[in-house]
Design a protein around this ligand. Structure first.
Ligand code: ZN
Length: 103
């Protein structure tokens, strides 16, 4: 199964929607080539996403977006971070409705 490629603007809009939902305000949102990861965030609130994400499913994009944006709240991968991440990723099914409920 392949997915149609998203425009960078649409992707950034998705990021902004999630930022509002999570309650963070990234100072900048960047999309560029990244060698080994889907995304990163800096201590100054700048979040960067891999260009390859534009070709991934909405489910994958959302997980990466949630992960990076949550780092603006919690800078590490401790229990608090994992708990929030799980909650937001679980909650996304009710937001979009069309995703599978497996796992
Ligand atoms: Zn992380």
């Amino acid at each position: 199964m392949s997915f149609s490629k998203l425009s960078i603007d649409t992707f950034k809009l998705e990021v902004q929607v999630w930022a509002e939902r999570i309650g963070v305000s990234p100072s900048e949102i960047h999309v560029r080539e990244m060698a080994r990861k889907w995304g990163s965030c800096s201590t100054t609130g700048r979040v960067t996403f891999s260009r390859d994400l534009l070709e991934q499913s909405e489910a994958t994009r959302t997980e990466v977006i949630i992960h990076e944006l949550l780092h603006l709240k919690v800078p590490n991968h401790g229990p608090l971070f994992r708990g929030l991440e799980r909650a937001y990723i679980a909650g996304r099914t009710s937001t979009y409705g069309a995703l599978s409920t497996e796992g």
